[in-house]
Design a protein around this ligand. Sequence first.
Ligand code: G6P
Length: 612
Amino acid sequence: MCGIVGYIGNKKAGPILINGLLRLEYRGYDSAGISTIEKDKISIMKDKGRVKNLYNLPGINDLEGTIGIAHTRWATHGKPSKENAHPHMDNSKTFSVVHNGIIENYHELREFLSSNGYKFYSDTDTEIIPNLVHYYYSKDENNDEFKFLRAFKNACSRLLGSFAIEILCKDYPNNMIVVRKDSPLVIGKSDGENYLSSDIPAILSFTRNFYLLNDYEYAVLSRDNVKFYDKDLNEINKKTETIEWNASSAEKDGYQDFMLKEIYEQPTAIRETIGSKLNEKLECSFEELDFTKDYLKGLNKIYFIACGTAMHAGLAGKNMMEKLCKIPTEVDIASEFRYRNPLVDDKTLCIFISQSGETADTIAALKLAKSNGAKTIVITNVIGSSITREADYSIYTHAGPEIAVASTKAYTSQVVLISLLCVYFADVLGMDNPNVTNLKEEILMLPKKLEETLKDTKKIKDFAKKVYQEQDIFFLGRGIDETTAREASLKLKEISYIHSESYAAGELKHGAIALIENGVTVVGIMTDPNLVDKMVSNLQEVITRGAKTLIITNQDIDEKRFDVVINVPKTSPFISPILAIVPLQLFAYYISKEKGLDVDKPRNLAKSVTVE
Ligand code: G6P
């Protein structure tokens, strides 16, 4: 949701801020703006639309300020417009603010400020912040070096909701202050300059040393220093963390789009995921975990909880966990789990999956599970992300930064990590199951098989060209293939805007088959040898009604019955989603390209959803 950037140093802030926003645009892209301090005055330049529009604003190249804050917006309060774009100033033009998150009590605060004479010019919740800061600032008669910080802290302690806020004050031209609560924010430390960003990749080309803020911690940035304070403004010490990702991993590297690059990065990404967790001797270890056989044996249930694509990774894990470890396993959508009083206690293990580690619903669900006594594991890609600070155990996918909004390599690496976790649990439990050994062997072969899957993509590209103008596309699968159908359907919706449904193939005849008519496209996924015959029968039902069929399979089937058949390498059915999804990621990608859409930044979506 919204991306924020900040810079203080000796260079002109304007170009650095816009550059940072361009890299954060995947977090939101309906309006953008920057604020700098120019000769002791606050300057704000902003506009509706994409970040690149900022380059056309008169005077933007004349900005001299070496301190500034910036924002790219994904609208929550107030439609996308210049007035609602950030940064926002207070009435006296002393402060400017950018904010990511939602202020839940903004109506009440707006009324309070209005009754004290403040005027508002936007529909945003954010505009109350600079004015509330001004309210406290104007009442403080002590003109010491902490006056700005005090006023900001007094204002923030009245805010409810989630926020990452950067603020400038014209009276303190050598300081910028930030705070966060349930919204991401990192501080990049460099020589004589410091950076702020919602995400590490946006500032990775400037530094690999980062400070991470906890909720309600304040950071005061100057050119040579960053000072930290707790919620009561006691000074605290923090050490930097070094991030191993290199800057080029956040660039397109010659690919047309991040999504295509990330699809092709999957073999490397999952090699990293497997890393030292599983060796050639088929020994599996998770140093992060300390579960005993008794603990695992005593579990009444395992939950996978997540949103969107990450939830599909959980679905892929359910069958594996139940079959290999004999522990009942459920998958839940985080926003549903939270509100249905789930049966969770100290004998429940809750595994949360989140690429970004910042998804508000997933974090809230984790807090709930913890408060019910469950142990919590998070599977995430982002070291130091908010959720890792809440979970009992954090396990990293190591997929490298994922920039495209539609998730690809994050998904496959999540499924790989979950499969490793399943075999690890099976080992701890002492399960004597040939499937476990077979699965381990297959996991080790996955990177090569993924490379093979990506070698020839012509057939899928040609099929995408044929069907890109269609209104509806259906995805069918049974068992584990239904998970792939769901994820493929989501990918297609997200980036092509084609209406799409995924169905458990056996369920189609109980309703949705009414939608199948002459010429409609149906994609069938068949990787489970036990279910192939049943799948073929279900597909025959749609062919009879005139459907065109695209088949993704690793089974020997009579290919003549279908329009196009894409073969993927054989593997253990438990992990077939990792290979079967790849042609379907490309299917969505090529359709989106054919329609001339912005693949990496689909409409209305944001990569990380930090509102509930
Ligand atoms: C957003 C993204 C999806 C993602 C979901 C969960 O909706 O657009 O691609 O799957 O959030 O994100 P997370 O970071 O928690 O995996």
